[in-house]
Design a protein. Sequence first.
Length: 96
Amino acid sequence: MLTGKQKRYLRSQAHHLDPIFQVGKGGTNDQLIRHIVEAIEKRELMKVSILNNCLEDKHEIAEELAEKSGSELVQVIGSTIILYKESKDHKQIELP
């Protein structure tokens, strides 16, 4: 579980990142989650954007992605989700 200070730090690190994946009309699926797991292991911190045609609630999608990928939900802002998971092999971010 991340503390408030750690979440603030991660939000500042994620500010310049571009979203890597998009959740559209189909919502989430196993393939999307598998790709997120692979990408987050290399990057540790990533953004996922939710398209306007997505019918599901963005907060539910964010919680589902975080839970199924084993990552921490840092923030949902607008239609963007920020996820963090400490990497085993590619550690880059040092949390305060």
